[in-house]
Design a protein around this ligand. Structure first.
Ligand SMILES: C[S@@+](CC[C@H](N)C(=O)[O-])C[C@H]1O[C@@H](n2cnc3c(N)ncnc32)[C@H](O)[C@@H]1O
Length: 317
């Protein structure tokens, strides 16, 4: 009982109401306000040279599995290919399998110390009602830990057994951990009061469908909140490019082969995904998934973004 090595208070996880898989889709589209000037950009605007294909091909060298991981990710997100490219889940599993034991330390350094703050902001979007939160793509449990700190009951889900193993070591039995896919959650409709997910949508075949699936398991009026990387604009963009093209891959290469793969993958993945789903478009996906009152905040000069909203009361129209 009491705290763990991370000083987290013990909150026993009660079992969720898992029983059957229901195919219902939630929610009327009732979204409203969006916070901040950053979301006013016209989502249809395309700048020359920013086509996802061009951006994804710059790094050239294919991954060890033959075709580059980042190439597959870019292809899968193109509208004409959605649902056609198989193996994305497999690719993400391969990427995360070797890095579980070092993820927390290295991730914090590589985000230049920013992402712990981002996770805290993410969790602060969830109403402090002590409810039951599903943390999807929980990985080693860094968001789940913050949720526990704030008195929620937490279930964490991830498709990577290696990442979950780290989470198990962190929490003992205090967080229920489920191995499964965000694209087919093993929970009935409305099982959770709220839901968080972090750095997930770049790894799924169809982000719109995944959002519907995430919304499905939240009760009406429950909050969903997402943390994702983003691309800074204006004068910060060249610095960001320098970091993801040179600094990140170089640093990762020095750490381990697994991190080397991550270092090559991350910049093109973030840039390509952001090109296909700029913030305004992402907010639209949320609305279409039946999420109301959708808001977003860019963090750390635009290097991160948190989006949140509430599941609409009456289900999707
Ligand atoms: C970058 S980690 C994020 C971990 C943690 N939430 C954090 O804040 O650092 C992304 C996680 O998403 C998981 N993941 C990727 N695709 C997934 C999917 N389709 N279903 C479930 N988990 C997935 C990976 O296994 C990995 O643990």
């Amino acid at each position: 009982m009491g705290g763990d090595q991370d000083g987290v208070a013990h909150v026993p996880a009660h079992r969720h109401r898992r029983a059957r898989r229901v195919e219902h889709e939630p929610g009327a589209i009732t979204c409203r306000a969006v916070e901040g000037a950053e979301v006013r950009a016209d989502p249809r605007r395309r700048l020359r040279g920013q086509d996802g294909r061009d951006l994804l091909s710059w790094s050239g060298e294919p991954g060890r599995s033959g075709r580059g991981l980042l190439e597959l990710v870019g292809e899968a997100h193109r509208p004409q290919n959605r649902g056609l490219v198989s193996g994305r889940a497999h690719q993400a599993k391969a990427l995360f399998a070797p890095i579980g034991p070092t993820y927390d330390r290295v991730g914090s350094v590589l985000s230049l110390g920013q992402d712990p703050r981002w996770r805290r902001f993410l969790v602060s979007r969830i109403p402090a009602d002590g409810g039951h939160v599903l943390d999807v793509a929980t990985g080693t449990g860094l968001v789940a830990r913050e949720l526990l700190r704030r008195g929620f009951t937490v279930t964490g889900l991830d498709q990577s057994p290696q990442m979950l193993e780290q989470a198990r070591g962190r929490f003992g039995g205090r967080v229920e951990l489920v191995e499964g896919s965000a694209e087919a959650l093993p929970f009935p409709d409305g099982s959770f009061d709220h839901l968080t997910f972090t750095y997930l949508l770049r790894y799924v075949d169809d982000p719109a469908a995944a959002l519907h699936e995430l919304t499905r398991v939240v009760r009406p009026r429950g909050t969903l909140a997402m943390l994702e990387f983003a691309v800074p604009s204006g004068g910060w963009r060249p610095l960001w490019e320098l970091y993801v093209r040179v600094g990140l891959p170089t640093a990762c290469r020095l750490i381990s082969p697994g991190w080397h793969e991550v270092g090559r993958f991350l910049g093109p993945s973030i840039r390509g995904f952001y090109e296909l789903y700029p913030l305004q478009q992402m907010l639209e996906l949320w609305r279409e998934a039946g999420i109301a009152d959708v808001r977003a905040r860019r963090l750390s000069l635009g290097g991160g973004v948190v989006v949140w909203g509430r599941r609409a009361r009456g289900g999707r129209t």
